[in-house]
Ligand binder design. Structure first.
Ligand code: PLP
Length: 417
């Protein structure tokens, strides 16, 4: 008589079927779907510019206006809670602005961080966070110190202790709303503590990456306290540099990005940019103002994105909760974000990289396991990011069902050995 089939046998057999018919799917990166891109075709096809002068009388076809045109600075200021003077509008990428801020502080500022080449320069990295922030820091030779996120932003006990004692810690990244990948937003208390904390480094800077400022998925819209105002009140007006872009409002390949900071900080950055270019694409800035108009119109536009995106997040929630209950409940936990682009999975310790490998082997690509940690190092090996925006609902369903099988298989195999 044959031995009784175990659950592991069943799951192995299911996985073997996937292996026989590999797929070609990706839920690896937070890219808007074609349906979402369609929402902004009017930006290119419908907007007609008949006045080539900006409100501050710059001919948008010509050189000039490095800070951006006035109406664009006003529009982005409405997202950043900054005045026109405190708003700098650049090209299509907020990452490029962040990189410029970091490289200027590191190498070209009068008191550049790495003036003394033998001393390390360090940054606090709330984790799990955005892998491209970590790539940037690594590329610039800045040492990364991971600090755990709590569900309301970084663990402030740890942050305060570190920054008050070590003058080589020059700054930190924060994604304040709907963090990539955990979906969490920072609480008022965290905002206040970041704005007021004592830092051993006088030139400590917070890169406040508000990439998901209006990217709600649900009726409940999270609002984060204004850190720029809080830092001014605390006597630290130069501490915070805010970033935002239209990458996930209009077209990531042809959007507009902006920076909000003190007038002094912006002057410093304008002088740095002035060595690289004469001005950014002001026609695209004007087009964006014509298309997005004001904060209210932006919010209405973002609701159309939410209509497309929310069902994908609902699917993930439904599939994971149907699969992982009872005996399997402890195999994985997941976030249920109110906004942003990601779901974060916490697997059993030691399992994340194997799960991603198993998915790759059947033709479904995920972000590399633990990529949300600096240097990709997470001693618990339990972090996986899901980026469902690009996939169709059908494909997402297939990918999620396969993912459930892979999670169960790897977890059962861990306990078998
Ligand atoms: N910041 C965060 C937190 C992101 O998740 C992303 C894209 O996924 C970006 C920035 C990219 O911004 P941009 O397209 O403006 O360079």
């Amino acid at each position: 008589m044959s031995q009784k089939e175990t659950r592991l046998d069943i799951v192995r057999a299911q996985y073997a079927l996937y292996k026989e018919r590999p797929m070609d799917l990706t839920i690896a990166r937070g890219i808007p779907s074609k349906k979402q891109l369609k929402l902004s075709e009017g930006l290119v096809n419908d907007v007609k510019i008949d006045d080539w002068l900006s409100e501050d009388e710059i001919d948008i076809r010509n050189y000039g206006g490095l800070y951006g045109i006035k109406e664009a600075r006003e529009l982005f200021g409405s997202l950043l809670n900054t005045t026109v003077e405190e708003t700098f509008v650049g090209g299509n990428s907020s990452l490029q602005l962040m990189f410029a801020v970091l490289s200027h502080h590191m190498y070209t500022k009068e008191k550049a961080w790495n003036k003394d080449k033998d001393k390390p320069i360090k940054f606090i990295c709330p984790s799990p966070g955005y892998d491209r922030h970590w790539f940037m820091l690594e590329h610039l030779g800045i040492e990364m110190i991971p600090v755990e996120l709590t569900g309301n932003g970084p663990d402030m006990e740890v942050v305060e202790k570190l920054v008050s004692q070590d003058a080589s810690i020059k700054g930190m990244f924060v994604v304040p709303k709907y963090n990539n990948p955990t979906g969490e937003s920072v609480s008022d208390d965290v905002v206040d503590r970041l704005a007021t904390m004592h830092t051993a480094a006088e030139d400590f800077v917070i890169l406040w990456d508000n990439a998901y400022v209006v990217h709600h998925l649900r009726d409940e819209k999270v609002e984060v306290k204004d850190i720029f105002a809080a830092s001014k009140t605390a006597g630290n007006p130069d501490r915070v540099i805010q970033f935002v872009s239209t990458s996930k409002m209009t077209l990531p390949g042809a959007g507009v990005a902006a920076m909000g900071a003190s007038v002094d900080n912006l002057q410093e950055m304008a002088s740095h940019f002035g060595k690289q270019l004469i001005s950014f694409d002001k026609i695209n800035q004007k087009r964006h103002v014509a298309f997005l108009k004001d904060r209210e119109t932006i919010e209405a536009h973002m609701e159309k994105h939410a209509e497309i995106l929310a069902p994908k997040f609902d699917w993930i929630e439904a599939i994971l909760s149907a699969y992982f209950h009872g005996d399997r409940e402890s195999f994985v936990t997941w976030t249920s974000p109110k906004g942003g682009y990601f779901v974060h999975l916490t697997t059993d310790e030691g399992c994340a990289s194997k799960i991603v490998e198993k998915m790759t082997a059947i033709g479904i690509s995920l972000t590399p396991a633990n990529a949300a940690y600096p240097y990709g190092i997470n001693p618990l090996n339990n972090s996986i990011r899901l980026a469902p925006s690009f996939a169709t609902l059908d494909h997402l369903e297939i990918a999620m069902e396969a993912l459930c099988v892979c999670i169960e298989l790897v977890t059962l195999e861990k306990y078998e050995s």
